[in-house]
Design a protein around this ligand. Structure first.
Ligand code: UDP
Length: 194
């Protein structure tokens, strides 16, 4: 699916006259202090953070930790979690870069001389991997709750570690994450504890 969307973006660049910035990220923490953006799935969440929060607030009893024998710092899966507010900034910075290249990025450029063409990919990530157990510890600290968990087998399709180097986005988009993991968890907890 992701590769398919990339292909569409490249086609828009190559054949339709659009300048394109392709932003790559995973594992956003959805917690906007305005309370307008939340991740609140029904039932048992597929993703780690809402599951942790639902155990912390008593909605669910025990967190399932999918495997503790990966080749990682403590055996649990490692991901690069990014706050949704930082992601919003990343999108605005990308749009600003497109505007610098062409004042109205949503209007396709006619083929011809004098036009600048641009298509590139940027990673919007913190650049730091955090394990499931580290995430549980950090959440215990913020919520003051026990957060009990049990170790289950690997979830199909999961990989041990996903994190990345965001330096290109830093250098070329001036992207910098501002929200710490603790702040992100605090914002999440504000929502889940109510
Ligand atoms: N994870 C877990 N229990 C869950 C959900 C996720 O242990 O109920 C682990 C998962 O194996 C991975 C990490 O938490 O190592 C992040 O998983 P999530 O589903 O949030 O994101 P993704 O797998 O898409 O990176």
């Amino acid at each position: 699916m992701i590769a398919f969307i990339w292909k569409i973006l490249e086609d828009l660049y190559q054949f339709a006259g659009f300048n394109v910035i392709n932003l790559r990220y995973f594992n956003p923490i959805w917690a906007h202090p305005s309370w307008k953006l939340w991740e609140d799935p029904d039932g048992i969440p597929n993703n780690l953070l809402p599951f942790i929060m639902k155990v912390a607030n008593g909605e669910l009893k025990t967190l399932w930790v999918f495997w503790d024998d990966y080749d990682t710092i403590d055996g649990t899966g490692v991901r690069d979690y990014i706050d949704v507010n930082d992601l919003v900034d990343g999108h605005l910075l990308a749009y600003k870069k497109l505007e610098e290249i062409q004042p109205s990025p949503l209007t396709p450029l006619p083929k011809g001389e004098g036009n600048q063409w641009f298509c590139d990919v940027y990673n919007l990530w913190v650049g730091k991997g955090i394990s499931v157990l580290e995430m549980i510890d950090a959440s215990r600290k913020i919520t003051g709750q026990e957060i009990s968990y049990e170790i289950l087998k690997r979830r199909e399709g999961d990989v041990a570690e996903v994190y990345c180097n965001p330096s290109k986005a830093k250098e070329e988009l001036w992207f910098e994450t501002k929200v710490s993991l603790d702040e992100s968890l605090e914002n999440s907890w504000k929502f889940y504890k109510k």
